[in-house]
Design a protein around this ligand. Structure first.
Ligand code: SAH
Length: 395
């Protein structure tokens, strides 16, 4: 058995129950470690405190699986964790209206490094760590037995895996291979999710509630859906009575999917426009053309992957928000988001404030938005909070 002794003075960290231990917190390791091994974690006095998995190749050397040193990490443990995670989602507001949701949100659900998303009859899992790689086949088997999906597909082709010394992998873990398009329903809208190649596990499930909230401002309006991806916000706007929807994205392929989603949901093609271009450039072009919108949605990709990129990221956010403010009619709505974990709510608000100052606009925050409830944030693990959004009225 691998035993990890923490350094003196880690009592506070243990008491705070943060599920990560960095290599600097470790005093010594007993046993020959293979990345991903289960390890017993003891305090400096040698008293057993937790179970976790260890990866000496990762800066995050240990991720805690259980704070109960008596608990055995076996199949029954995994089943308890998965059952609890699934049960926690029952009756959550918003989930009655959809058959696509997150079932396991990694550390926040007590299963570090594991994402499980459900798309209709299919499950997609993502393993981010060496420790989770060792458990994922058991987990897929348990999910198969408890939820009876048609198949469990793996999408572990994520940017964080190299930090664990791992390559990206994708493929079938259990059951049948999912089709290229998995039809799902969300708040009365239909989407064909590409679980093989789509972003994340196929779809931005985290924005479900925000898409719905923003749609309430779109009736009769001209809407610019910037960073449209496969048209999520655009489809909601169109079906909520928007007069015209301009979908803007740098990916022509994503816009083709957006177009299919618009027609799938009965939005007349003459009300839709698709612009494949860089948003930073195109927002300026729209301004030069004196185009005006009633609603602008800004849902860009992650700009900051670490604290070191914070300055460049905030400049980027400020720029698009400033440009968007210039495109709005007086009293128009700006729905603006950031999914960079390093940019917290306060900083994001400051950035939008800076944009308003430069744009010379009065801006009111009408609503604060965040990730949907199936993406919960454990209080012990604030890193799980990454998505924030503001619905603003721009005077
Ligand atoms: N709002 C979407 C998710 C957006 S994901 C939804 O609800 O589903 C971010 C999108 O931004 C991706 O589709 C990506 O292609 C696009 N993107 C990234 N950089 C861009 C840029 N500079 N200009 C325009 N689009 C960009």
């Amino acid at each position: 058995m691998i035993k990890v002794r923490l350094k003196q003075g880690r009592e506070r960290t243990l008491a705070n129950r943060h599920p990560w231990f960095f290599s600097g917190a470790i005093d010594r390791v007993e046993g020959n470690v293979v990345p991903g091994d289960i390890a017993l974690i003891t305090d400096a006095q040698g008293e057993a405190r937790a179970w976790g998995y260890i990866n000496p190749r990762s800066q995050i050397a240990i991720r805690v699986l259980s704070w109960d040193a008596e608990e055995r990490i076996d199949g029954a443990f995994l089943k308890r964790r998965l059952d609890a995670s699934i049960a926690r989602r029952q009756g959550l507001p918003g989930l009655q209206e959809t058959d696509a949701c997150r079932l396991v949100n990694a550390e926040s659900d007590g299963l570090p490094g594991l994402i499980v998303d459900c798309y209709g009859e299919w499950l997609v899992i993502q393993s981010l760590t060496a420790g989770m790689d060792r458990l994922k086949n058991d987990i897929a088997g348990i999910l198969m037995e408890t939820l009876h999906p048609r198949g469990v597909y793996e999408r572990s082709d994520v940017d964080v895996r190299p930090r664990e010394g791992l390559e990206g992998v994708r493929g079938l873990l259990c059951g049948e291979m999912p089709p290229d398009a998995v039809r799902v329903q969300e708040h009365g809208r239909a989407f064909d999710v590409d679980v093989h190649r789509g972003h994340k596990t196929g779809f931005y499930l985290d924005q479900r509630d925000s898409r719905n909230r923003v749609s309430a401002y779109c009736q009769d309006g001209v809407v610019l859906n910037a960073f449209a991806y496969t048209g999520g916000f655009g489809v909601y706007a169109g079906t909520a009575g928007a007069r015209r929807i301009v979908n803007l994205d740098s990916s022509a392929e994503a816009l083709e999917a957006a177009q299919r989603h618009m027609s799938l949901n009965g939005v007349p093609p003459e009300q839709c426009e698709y612009v494949s271009a860089d948003a930073f450039r195109m927002l300026r072009v729209f301004r030069d053309q004196a185009r005006r919108f009633d609603v602008v949605v800004l849902d860009p990709p992650k700009f900051a992957f670490s604290r070191a990129q914070l300055n460049a990221a905030t400049r980027g956010y400020k720029d698009i928000n400033l440009q968007a403010m210039h495109l709005l009619r007086p009293g128009g709505i700006l729905a603006t988001f950031s999914c960079s974990g390093a940019v917290d709510e306060r900083l994001f608000q400051q950035v939008v404030f800076g944009a308003a100052v430069d744009a010379g606009k009065d801006v009111l925050i009408l609503e604060r938005l965040g990730q949907a409830a199936d993406h919960p944030v454990a209080l012990f693990f604030p890193e799980a909070a990454y998505l924030k959004g503001l619905i603003c009225r721009v005077e």
